[in-house]
Design a protein around this ligand. Structure first.
Ligand SMILES: N[C@@H](CCC(=O)N[C@@H](CS)C(=O)NCC(=O)O)C(=O)O
Length: 213
C-alpha cells in the first residue's frame, strides 16, 4: 500500500483530524503544503488544482486525490489495517457519520470560525483581538459545548464506548479551545467534557499530533 500524504499545514484542525486517524491506525504518512516533495503555496493555482475550494486537507494517495476530512478518514479507515475507527452496526455508524457532519459544520463554525480564529488571526486595530466579536461568539459557543456535553453523556468517547472518526474531528478543536483566555467562560473546569478532552489529549496518537506547531 502506498503511503498517504496529507496536503495541508499541521496547525489546521481538519489536517490534524486526518493525522489523528493515521496515528490511531498506525499508518505511516507525510504531511505538509507539498506535493511530491515540491512546495505548493496556499491558495495557489496548484492548491486549487488539488482542492476546488482552496481548502485543506487533501488526501494524496497514489493517483487518488480526496478532499473533505470525514470522507478522507472513512476511506483511510476502510483501506488500511489497524484499529477500526467506525462501528460496523449500521445505526451506530450512521450516528458517527451524523456526529462527523455536526462537528465539521456547526461545531467548527461556532468554535473555530466564531471564536478561535478571532484569537489566532486578530483583525482589530493594530492586530488586537476584537473583543466585541468574542463576546458575540460566546453564547453560541456555550450552546455548542452544552450540546457536546449532552452527546458525550457518561461515555468515554464522543460516540460511545470506542474511539471513532468523530473523536478525531472533535479533539483538535477542543484542544485549541481549552487554551483560549475565555475557555473558562465556555467550559466549566470540572465537567465530563473537560475530562473527555484530557483523556483524549493524553492518548499517544494525540500526543504526537496536537503538539505540532
Ligand atoms: N469541510 C471541509 C472544511 C475544510 C476547511 O475549512 N479547512 C480549513 C482549515 S482547518 C481551511 O482550509 N481554511 C482556509 C480557508 O477557508 O480559506 C473538510 O472537512 O475538510
Amino acid at each position: 500500500m502506498e503511503q498517504p500524504h496529507i496536503f495541508g499545514p499541521t496547525f489546521s484542525t481538519f489536517v490534524r483530524s486526518v493525522m489523528l486517524c493515521c496515528e490511531e491506525k498506525g499508518i505511516d504518512y507525510s504531511v505538509g503544503l507539498t506535493l511530491n516533495g515540491e512546495e505548493v503555496p496556499f491558495k495557489s493555482e496548484g492548491h486549487f488544482g488539488l482542492h476546488p475550494y482552496g481548502k485543506v486537507p487533501v488526501l494524496v494517495l497514489g493517483e487518488h486525490r480526496l478532499f473533505e476530512s470525514a470522507s478522507i478518514c472513512r476511506y483511510l479507515d476502510e483501506i488500511f489495517p489497524g484499529a477500526d475507527l467506525q462501528p460496523s452496526d449500521p445505526w451506530q455508524r450512521a450516528r458517527v457519520d451524523q456526529l462527523c457532519a455536526e462537528v465539521s459544520g456547526y461545531v467548527y463554525q461556532a468554535l473555530v470560525v466564531g471564536l478561535l480564529l478571532e484569537f489566532a488571526f486578530p483583525k482589530g486595530e493594530g492586530g488586537a483581538v476584537r473583543l466585541d466579536k468574542v463576546e458575540q461568539a460566546l453564547p453560541e459557543a456555550v450552546r455548542i459545548i452544552e450540546r457536546l456535553e449532552d452527546v458525550l453523556g457518561g461515555n468515554a468517547f464522543i460516540a460511545g464506548n470506542s474511539y471513532t472518526i468523530a473523536d478525531a474531528l472533535l479533539i483538535p478543536i477542543l484542544d485549541y479551545l481549552v487554551r483560549l483566555p475565555v475557555a473558562d467562560r465556555v467550559l466549566s473546569a470540572d465537567s465530563g467534557l473537560r475530562r473527555y478532552i484530557q483523556r483524549i489529549q493524553s492518548r499517544p496518537a494525540s500526543q504526537s499530533v496536537l503538539t505540532h506547531r
